[in-house]
Design a protein around this ligand. Structure first.
Ligand SMILES: [Zn+2]
Length: 647
């Protein structure tokens, strides 16, 4: 789903020149913006663009002025209607008015351009306005601030030699709140640069002066995102859908992998959801870290492209967004899009492949995610989920919502469930759609009133609580008590009481462990101690991250009591899961219950040589879901869950 995290830290209260914020006008624009015809020149070296945009509006009632939003860095040269110049002036957005349900509107970045029509419109009248404007968009992406979450680097949109990314959040074209418009964009870039827009590529001309590319979308969309870079293009065809990759030369060899994988997903989800809503699908490499699904393309950072981001939770998820999220849209009441996309891509793909074991693993993981990240005190109903800010939101809006769709499908059967999804795509394209619409659709295909189901699962927080063993295949959305989960690093991560123990040793030995400790101790309430400290904190009432394994001396000897049967950890080797590991490249992450209080855990991490630990240190927290993970030279070679030692 296309959403950048925006920096909305400080509320700034701005007042219009007239004195008071004109809230009513900002909330009801009095027009619907239905079409853009853009002529764009982009100059990456100077961060500049120049645009002529012809917009079509539909008047609602009698209005004598139009107020559109535009980025403050863009200076409007003129506005005209039928060749006649109109007067206009900028106006600050009030801090309160536009924030209303409109993600991506930032009063520091955007203001309004008020255009005087010099007459009153008739209700329903079509107005065509031409805007000519230019300016600099120079907001280089910053690294994400949330270390543990995969979020796009933060930018409001950028034009530079390293690449171009401008979208609705940039406010690089005149826009109105809540408009669904069609877009035609003719974009000129310097030679060797390629532009990707939405819809169909209606033209591409390579001239000595530059590349001129025209993109045309006839499917109404919430916004237009343009991306440009010095790409190598590879094209394909998937059952009549044009496919393409836009990759930098270094990653160009991966094109066939992405085209092949995209086609498998396009085929599978066309069969499930109905015709693919766009004429084209492209995989585009981005100059900053991102995983964004946009209408007719996906924008992935270089790191993701190199790691072969073709898994169901990755490329599959972005492709399902083509139907769910970028064709049928969330309304402002909530976010059902992520839950349904997660269900269909991250989970249901495995059912489609007949991989029952992997499907069960995914259901189990969704329940674990909720158990670990959502304490009963901090739970909230799915209806309140808007977007993912932290892991708790993700556990509710993605994992729980996906499980609720799973239960709904089991409740009403595949025919009614998938029948409703086909009707959803066929009937709600280019529209805002809410939980209520889903309830209506599913009730219709199931021939029964599903209001009680939706009220219970969407509007109320919580989960079922079942006795152990009542749902061995994880088909029901229930709360698994933390004490019944296998010991795992994520139980340490989410424990309010945490202690980190560092082993003794020289700088080289210590460095990877110190890095890990530093990252964790940035969070609240975590204390770091050296294993050699004479006075150690109480270990019996906290979760412990024990770095260095046997090197941690007495603390390790204490934790050793809780090691599962058949497990042995020594400085030169370890035995786990029935196997012995003694290579210098081996490292182990093992979690056990705290020997003094099993509501807490002890997570032990160590490498048999410093390099083995260094290779894993930056990624350790990606391995939080298993009791043990064995690594060799930075790669996982074995993982699993173990029964705790019987008391
Ligand atoms: Zn998504």
């Amino acid at each position: 789903m296309r959403r950048l995290l925006l920096t909305l830290g400080v509320a700034i209260f701005l007042v219009s020149p007239a004195g008071l914020p004109d809230i009513s006008e900002a909330e009801d624009p009095g027009f619907r913006l239905t079409s853009h015809d853009l002529n764009v020149s982009i100059e990456p070296s100077s961060h500049r663009l120049r645009v002529m945009d012809r917009i079509e509006l539909r008047a609602i009632g009698e209005k004598n002025r139009v107020a559109v939003r535009l980025n403050k860095h863009l200076v409007v040269a003129w506005v005209s209607e039928n060749g006649k110049l109109l007067s206009f002036h900028p106006r600050e957005l009030s801090a309160t008015a536009p924030a209303r349900e409109s993600p991506g509107v930032d009063a520091r970045l955007t203001h309004e351009i008020i255009v005087e029509l010099n007459r009153a419109t008739k209700n329903g009248e079509k107005i065509v306005l031409d805007f000519d404007y230019a300016g600099e968009l120079n907001d280089p992406p910053k690294e994400p601030r949330h270390l543990r979450f995969v979020t796009p680097s933060e930018t409001s949109g950028h034009i530079g030699p390293e690449g171009v990314y401008i979208g609705p959040e940039t406010a690089w074209y005149p826009d109105l709140t809540d408009s669904f418009a069609v877009y035609r964009a003719m974009v000129t870039t310097p030679p060797k640069w390629e532009t990707i827009g939405q819809g169909i590529m209606a033209g591409r001309e390579v001239t000595p002066a530059g590349t001129i590319t025209t993109w045309d979308t006839r499917t109404p969309a919430e916004g237009l995102t343009l991306t440009a870079g010095q790409y190598m293009i590879t094209t394909g065809n998937c059952d009549g859908i044009e496919t393409a990759t836009y990759l930098y030369p270094e990653e160009h060899s991966l094109a066939e992998i992405y085209l092949g994988s995209a086609c498998s997903y396009l085929r599978a989800y066309t069969a499930l959801l109905g015709p693919y809503p766009f004429p084209r699908f492209s995989v585009v490499e981005n100059f900053f870290a991102s995983g964004l699904g946009l209408p007719s393309y996906t924008l992935l950072g270089t790191g993701s492209i190199r790691r072969r981001y073709i898994q169901p939770y990755a490329l599959g998820h972005e492709i399902v967004h083509s139907w769910i999220g970028n064709y049928v849209y969330n309304d402002h009441g909530g976010n059902w899009v992520e839950g349904l996309t997660t269900y269909l891509a991250n989970y249901y793909w495995y059912e489609l492949q007949g991989d029952r074991e992997k499907a069960r693993d995914e259901r189990r993981l969704m329940l674990f995610t909720y158990a670990v990240y959502v304490s009963p005190q901090r739970d909230y109903p799915i209806a309140q989920f808007k977007q993912k800010v932290d892991q708790r939101d993700s556990a509710i809006g993605y994992s729980k919502a996906a499980m609720v769709f799973h239960m709904l499908r089991r409740e009403i059967g595949d025919e009614a469930f998938f029948g409703a999804l086909k009707q959803l795509v066929a009937g709600y394209g280019g529209r805002h759609t809410g939980w209520g619409d889903l309830e209506t659709l599913f009730s219709k295909t199931a021939s029964r009133d599903l209001h009680p189901f939706f009220t219970h699962w969407i509007e109320q927080s919580g989960a079922l609580s079942l006795s152990d063993g009542a749902d061995p295949d994880f088909n029901l959305f229930r709360r698994i008590p933390r004490t019944e989960l296998p010991a795992m690093l994520n139980l340490f991560v989410t424990d309010p009481q945490r202690v980190i123990i560092l082993p003794p040793g020289d700088t080289k030995v210590l460095e990877p462990y110190r890095q890990i400790a530093e990252r964790v101790s940035m969070q609240e309430g975590v204390k770091t101690w050296a294993a050699s400290d004479t006075e150690l904190p109480r270990l019996d009432s906290a979760s412990i991250l024990l770095l260095g394994g046997p090197a941690a001396g007495p603390v390790f000897n204490w934790a050793n009591k809780a090691l599962p049967e058949g497990t042995k950890l020594e400085p030169e080797g370890f035995r786990i899961g029935g196997k012995e590991y003694r290579g210098a490249g081996n490292a182990l992450l093992l979690s056990v219950r705290n020997p003094d209080d099993p509501t807490h855990v002890v997570s032990i991490f160590y490498g048999l040589a410093p390099d083995a630990a260094s290779a894993i240190a930056p990624l350790l927290f990606f391995y939080g879901w298993n009791t043990y993970v064995v690594f060799e030279n930075g790669k996982v070679i074995s993982r699993g869950d173990l029964e705790p030692r019987k008391p």
